[in-house]
Design a protein around this ligand. Structure first.
Ligand code: SF4
Length: 397
């Protein structure tokens, strides 16, 4: 019955094509990551890095209320990692992807050399920028499948400007995005969501970004940095799930997310993961940070020392560590989603389902969208330093 098998093949091809169209990242990148993770599994390696979080400086041209990175004293803010230090960290760690947050990486005096060296190593780079300098610094870079500008935008204009404490920040970022897209660069957005986020406004923001032509969007709830000036508006776990369920259910087909679909399901409360802080290890001017991007419980000189000397069991929500109680942040849980994908056939099928049937129809979530929201910027002045950072509103919710 040749035509029957031809029909099956056609269905299979159509399915692969559809998956390709909806892949959160280009197929070459997905293939690199998949083969890397499978190689780790075949080696029996349970704790492996997926994305190096490389912080070459803490200096920034913004002072966002929810950020704990730019509160360091001036002598720390002046320091930078050299390109050679960045390459040594990358080679030690061996992850296939590198995210360069900061600080503002475009303020680094040798950022183009760092990017060039990482591209030469065939690492997929997400250069996280507020894009205020993007337009004027684009000439320093060459478009490459390995380089993505991941532009920090926390929502629609009013919300973003409030979040980054800078009037006009949204327009400058959008100008930077347009300029980068026009020159053929890969561009994504990264959005951190805090308490008071209006799910309808965030959904409208998704429309705006897709119309702008970005490749995909990345989302994460904020983390309660004890150095952040605004301690009032971090989300507890139950409220994180509620917000992400409202935003990400009944999804529009045009929306593309440049991240693990299972991590998004985790944020929506549809599945649970344990934190895998070694999945996104952080290297900065202080060394390898224990245990994760968010906490600073000491530093190691080498990646091997970080892996060998960190008491991993003391971290993650299940550990009972109060610093981890409300955390659902991508740097702890996105690698968990990717690891689950490649741990079993069930994981692969779950990912294929989450990619192909991403609409997530949910009547109750539609009702959540009708609830009144008082956006935080509607009644709150910028940047308050007063709340007790020890206080956790919800623990292990
Ligand atoms: S739960 Fe969050 S804060 Fe705790 S180790 Fe994991 S990523 Fe870090």
């Amino acid at each position: 019955m040749p035509y029957r098998s031809e029909g099956r093949v056609a269905r299979l091809i159509s399915c692969v094509e559809k998956t390709g169209e909806r892949m959160p990242v280009p197929i070459s990148q997905a293939w690199t990551v998949a083969s890397y993770v499978l190689a780790q599994k075949l080696r029996g390696r349970k704790q492996y890095p997926l994305v190096l979080m490389l912080e070459p400086l803490y200096r920034c041209n913004l002072a966002c209320a929810g950020c704990g990175k730019i509160q360091y004293p001036a002598h720390v803010l002046k320091r930078e990692l050299s390109p050679e230090e960045c390459f040594k960290a990358m080679d030690e760690c061996g992850a296939p992807m590198v995210s360069i947050p900061g600080g503002e990486p475009l303020m680094h005096s040798q950022i183009e050399k760092i990017v060039e060296g990482l591209v030469a190593r065939r690492k997929y780079i997400y250069l996280c920028t507020n894009a205020l300098l993007l337009k004027e610094k684009l000439h320093l870079f060459k478009p490459s499948k390995y380089l993505t500008f991941s532009v920090h935008l926390d929502g629609q204009k009013e919300h973003h400007d409030f979040s980054v404490c800078r009037e006009g920040g949204y327009e400058l970022a959008v100008e930077g995005i347009k300029a980068a897209l026009a020159r053929g660069f890969r561009v994504t957005t990264n959005t951190t969501l805090f308490d008071g986020a209006d799910p309808n406004s965030v959904r409208a923001f998704f429309d705006e970004m897709m119309e702008l032509g970005v490749e995909g969007m990345m989302l994460s709830p904020g983390y309660n940095y004890d150095k952040a000036p605004d301690q009032k508006h971090f989300l507890g776990r139950a409220r994180t799930r509620r917000l992400f369920r409202a935003m990400l259910s009944n999804r529009k087909p045009a929306w593309r997310f440049n991240q693990s679909m299972l991590f998004l399901e985790f944020l929506m409360g549809k599945r649970d993961f344990r934190c895998t802080p070694w999945g996104m290890p952080t290297y900065s001017i202080f060394g390898w940070q224990k245990p994760c991007y968010l906490l600073q419980d000491g530093y190691a000189d080498t990646f091997d020392e970080l892996m060998a000397t960190t008491e991993w069991a003391n971290y993650g929500t299940e550990s009972g560590n109060p610093q981890c109680a409300n955390c659902m942040v991508h740097s702890g849980y996105e690698a968990s989603g990717v690891d689950y994908t490649f741990s079993s056939l069930k994981g692969l099928l779950a990912t294929a389902k989450a990619t192909l049937f991403a609409k997530n129809e949910d009547e109750e979530a539609l009702l959540l969208l009708t609830e009144p929201v008082k956006p935080v910027h509607a009644y709150n002045p910028l940047v308050q330093i007063e709340a007790n950072p020890e206080k956790l509103e919800e623990t292990r919710a």
